[in-house]
Design a protein around this ligand. Structure first.
Ligand code: ATP
Length: 382
């Protein structure tokens, strides 16, 4: 989510309000295909006007969950409520839902405006109303100059916007999008992501977007549900998911992470010390953890939260290790360093390239110190 665009006030975070009515309530939904469980006991509430992203790797069950919301699949067990109504046995066309498919499924022989008008014609909407609504929608997705073109005369991004206009023109309360930006190149994806967010803001539709692209989910979502093996393993805002993952799976799936196995050697209610053999140091964390002293645990450290320097930091007792630069990737905005610790373990560290030509350029084989703040490590028990 873009900081500043949608301020995080409680009014915009209905999931924090126990009295708020969910718009979609998925209750213990399971979907089996023969012996195979594609969706496994999923429960989830989504609130009106959210842009909720279901994020997960290929085959984790996200499309199947979306198809059950749309009514193209029935749950094997469990219930789905939309706007307080049980959706059991309700066919897709009687749900307050529209779905935009991965392939866009535009009619190749129809012009852009006829593609957008199609659903309204099917509903016998009066012609003048169709004309006005289609024109307004094409204006919204910035396609008015292309109204008479056929899909093959458009770019991928333009076709994607036609599909979006066609999905939105019927003013669904809920729009389901399956990998909506999958066919676009990176630049176009980024600009279309912002268009999608603006549209969502303007129209007040509730969006559920399925994606395997974590950056897309982080940019678009009010909240993200991370899926693995048919289950939702964590739900949270993009920053919660990134900064406070609750499992190694989520920490590893979202962004890059250095994971160190360890054991507690000292603790109190407001701190914990973890001996991490691979790191070759004790890791001091400035809060207590709810884990028995003998528990196996892991500390996750994001590459951007590790400082890298030639000089030792002031205090080298904790959260501080030495190593040698083993590889560098220059990414323009930042550089990625692979540092081989004295223990032999590789650690990834990123550093923003703040200055064009820095005096302090680090290079291959440099001996460096890595250190991090006591709040930087995330302790995980699963
Ligand atoms: P992708 O990102 O690759 O589209 P996904 O997370 O959307 O993956 P689903 O399409 O929901 O995954 O599929 C989840 C699992 O269920 C997959 O292993 C898939 O093979 C299986 N599956 C989906 N539909 C059927 C079906 N009709 N019959 C049998 N198995 C199915």
């Amino acid at each position: 989510m873009l900081d500043g665009k949608k301020p995080e006030s409680s009014a915009l975070e209905p999931w924090k309000d126990p009295a708020a009515e969910p718009y979609i309530s998925i209750r213990n939904v399971t979907k089996r295909f023969g012996d195979f469980t594609a969706v496994n006991d999923v429960s989830l509430n989504v609130y009106r006007q959210e842009l909720f992203c279901l994020l997960g790797g290929s085959g984790c069950g996200k499309s199947t969950l979306l198809r059950m919301l749309a009514g193209f699949e029935e749950p094997t067990s469990g219930q789905i409520f939309i706007d307080g109504q049980d959706m059991a046995g309700i066919p897709p066309y009687r749900r307050p839902v529209n779905m935009m498919f991965q392939s866009y499924a535009l009619f190749p022989h129809m012009s852009v405006q006829d593609n957008v008008a199609f659903g309204l014609k099917q509903d016998n909407t009066p012609r003048s109303e169709i004309r006005d609504r289609v024109a307004a929608m094409l204006e919204l997705v910035k396609l008015s100059p292309f109204a008479r073109r056929k899909p093959h005369q458009l770019s991928g991004g333009q076709r994607q916007r036609v599909a979006l206009a066609r999905s939105l023109v019927k003013e669904p309360k809920l729009l389901l999008l399956d990998e909506p930006l999958g066919a676009l190149d990176r630049k176009l994806r980024e600009s279309t992501q912002f268009e999608l967010m603006n549209l969502q803001d303007k129209l007040g539709v509730t969006f559920i977007v399925v994606t395997h692209d974590q950056e897309e989910a982080m940019t678009l979502a009010s909240r993200i549900g991370v899926m693995n093996l048919g289950q939702i393993v964590q739900v949270g805002t993009p920053s919660e998911i990134y900064e406070y993952p609750t499992s190694r799976f989520v920490a590893d799936f979202i962004g890059s992470v250095n994971m160190f196995a360890g054991r507690i050697v000292d603790e109190d209610s407001n701190y914990v010390r973890i001996a991490a053999d691979e790191a070759g140091c004790t890791i001091f964390i400035d809060h207590g953890v709810a884990a028995p002293p003998s528990a196996d645990l892991w500390v996750a450290l994001r590459p951007e939260k590790i400082n890298i320097s030639r000089e030792p930091p002031a205090d080298t007792r904790e959260n501080c290790v030495q190593g040698v630069i083993d590889g560098i990737a220059y990414m323009g905005d930042m550089s990625v360093f692979n540092v081989k610790l004295n223990t032999g373990r590789m650690v990834k560290v990123t550093r923003p390239n703040l200055i064009r030509r820095s005096e302090d350029t680090l290079t291959w084989d440099d001996h460096v110190w890595l250190h991090w703040h006591p709040a930087s490590g995330v302790v995980l028990t699963t």
